[in-house]
Design a protein around this ligand. Structure first.
Ligand SMILES: O=C(O)c1ccccc1NCC(=O)[C@H](O)[C@H](O)COP(=O)(O)O
Length: 268
């Protein structure tokens, strides 16, 4: 925890706000809401991320690409997103998540290059605060975007979910407790994630996603995020009723990420 009461998540969000306030090379930076909608609507239609999780074997695996993380430091420095994506696609991932934020040594270019390499539905894992980011994610090939309930006041959360859905993008709405799950559902989310990592302190509570499962009706798709370190962790989450598991570090630190994924998928 940092001093003066500000947390790691606060710092990441402050850095993101500064990034968004700086002059941008992309076209969408200076557009009105209406222009953004028109621009976003002209982009190719996204793939069905939720469908891929629900139609395949349960739980579906969302395999994540991240070179580094604020909590763990370097995971696989210099890794090529396309190579990892091809391993994930060949070894049983239902979908893929790509960390696009600089605190994870990621960027939207990683997502763009993954889109050009595999047909898997893709999640833009970023700290999204405004509509331009949703349009930019769609432009580089995202099918789903992450919205973190703890980072967004209720009206903004609802507004961004509605905007993404209008562009036919799906939204993974990330929560950490019962109150946030209620906020996510009230805001129109259909895909609800519970992160076992506390983004304020980075502490992992491996049982959190299992404990909170009962608060999300089966008509929603439930994703257990973070903290899978062993096949037994994944089996426990499967048994708790998670529809999907979002797993990054376990694959990114494996000697053979594709084999680690294949072994986990076979065990499930
Ligand atoms: O991973 C971090 O250190 C982190 C820090 C601050 C905000 C978000 C962070 N991670 C994003 C994620 O939610 C995870 O990358 C994802 O759920 C996969 O987690 P894991 O399998 O534990 O790598």
């Amino acid at each position: 925890m940092s001093d003066k009461g500000s947390t790691y998540l606060d710092k990441i969000l402050a850095a993101k706000r500064a990034e968004l306030a700086a002059p941008r090379a992309t076209r969408s930076g200076a557009l009105t809401d209406r222009e953004l909608l028109e621009l976003g609507a002209r982009l190719p239609r996204p793939r069905d991320f939720i469908g891929a999780l629900r139609e395949g074997p349960r739980p579906g695996i969302i395999a994540e690409f991240k070179r580094a993380s604020p909590s763990a430091g370097a995971l696989r420095e210099g890794a090529d997103a396309r190579q990892i994506a091809m391993l994930y696609a060949a070894n049983g991932a239902a979908c893929m998540s790509v960390l696009c934020d600089k605190h994870f040594q990621g960027s939207l270019d990683d997502l763009r290059s993954v889109r050009q390499s595999v047909a898997l539905p893709l999640l833009a894992k970023d700290f999204i605060l405004e509509k331009t980011q949703i349009v930019e994610a769609k432009r580089v090939g995202a099918d789903c975007v992450l919205l973190i309930v703890a980072a967004l006041p209720a009206p903004q959360l609802r507004n961004l979910i509605e905007f993404a859905h209008t562009l036919e993008l799906q939204v993974l709405c990330e929560t950490r407790d019962e109150a946030e799950i209620d906020r996510a559902m009230a805001a129109g989310a259909k895909l609800i994630g519970v992160n076992s990592r506390d983004l304020q302190t980075f502490e992992l509570d491996p049982d959190r996603a299992a404990k909170l499962r009962k608060y999300v009706p089966k008509s929603f798709t439930y994703v257990a995020e973070s903290g899978v370190r062993t096949i037994d962790d994944a089996l426990r989450l499967r048994d708790s009723g998670a529809d999907a598991l979002l797993i990054g570090s376990y694959f990114m630190t494996a000697e053979q990420p594709g084999e680690a994924l294949r072994e986990l998928v076979m065990a499930l």
